[in-house]
Ligand binder design. Structure first.
Ligand code: G3H
Ligand code: ZN
Length: 283
């Protein structure tokens, strides 16, 4: 059934759990995330990033409508979220696309500009009844850029600054930079748990972890225990998809019907989704 991101996040926050949010690019991603969540019997967030919209010729609606229909027919609650939005034009398409929430990303800007842009986005989003997430500090590795040094202080979220940022912008949730990096293909990232503890103590909004594909299982579990309420995963699905397709086409070089390799790709993604949900629950 179609759910609202704010409701799923609030439910998770109430029980000390985290909602997984998976980035979807194709219809096969959408189907795999829902199948994986159904097999685990867990609610899930489907998120479409601004980069995914760019890949879809700049159009949000075709994938958004497919995702909405799939969510409505799912046996578990599924919420739809627009991820890493920098464009005001795309931001304004959020409600018409059937999404209940958006992550507005001005984290590349200096503090004052990030705050001003985020506050304007939050005012607009709340007037539409949308839940809004923003980012302070910068989780590196976006848009194929080389990752920032995850240990550089500039790349981390400062707790006092974060407290002021949330109060002054009015956002509903905050993406924090605590050592994870986007687009990692190995599970080798190490989080700054001391910083997460200080952020959790300083803030009363749910905290969001980006770049979660790069975390070892124990780090993911510790992040949830430490106060992360929304866990964003993208690359892990692409890794599963691409590996499955490579393996299939190597074993079956004569294959022509795209359904053959998309079937194994979808199964591999669904397994990855169910596995990650299992890790989030195992506490
Ligand atoms: O917003 C999306 C996530 O941060 C995904 O990051 O692709 O490294 O898992 P990831
Ligand atoms: Zn992200």
């Amino acid at each position: 059934s179609l759910a609202a991101t704010g409701e799923l996040v609030a439910l998770a926050a109430g029980t000390g759990d985290a909602v997984p949010a998976f980035n979807v690019i194709t219809l096969e991603h959408v189907e795999a995330v829902i199948t994986g969540a159904e097999s685990a019997g867990a609610p899930v967030i489907l998120q479409v990033s601004e980069n995914a919209v760019k890949f879809r010729y700049g159009r949000l609606l075709p994938l958004a409508r497919a995702a909405t229909a799939a969510a409505e027919q799912a046996s578990v609650p599924v919420a739809l979220h627009l991820d890493h939005v920098q464009s005001d034009d795309l931001l304004r398409q959020t409600p018409d696309a059937g999404f209940s929430s958006v992550m507005y990303d001005a984290s590349r800007l200096p503090y004052a500009e990030n705050l001003a842009a985020t506050r304007a986005a939050a005012d607009w989003a709340h007037a539409q009844g949308l839940w809004i997430e923003a980012e302070l500090g910068e989780v590196g590795g976006k848009n194929g850029r080389p990752p920032l040094d995850a240990h550089a202080p500039a790349a981390r979220t400062d707790p006092a600054e974060a407290r002021a940022f949330v109060a002054d912008s009015g956002v509903d949730a905050l993406a924090v930079a605590i050592g994870s990096v986007h687009a990692m293909t190995t599970r080798t990232a190490a989080l700054d748990h001391d910083l997460l503890g200080r952020l959790t103590a300083a803030l009363d909004v749910p905290l969001v972890l980006h770049g979660s594909s790069g975390l070892p299982d124990a780090e993911l579990t510790a992040a949830v225990t430490g106060g992360i309420t929304k866990v964003n995963v993208g690359t892990a699905l692409n890794l599963a998809m691409t590996s499955a397709i490579k393996e299939f086409l190597t074993a079956h070089p004569e294959a022509v019907d795209s359904r053959k390799y998309l079937t194994v790709a979808r199964e591999a993604m669904a397994e990855a989704v169910a596995r990650i949900i299992g890790v989030l629950r195992a506490r």
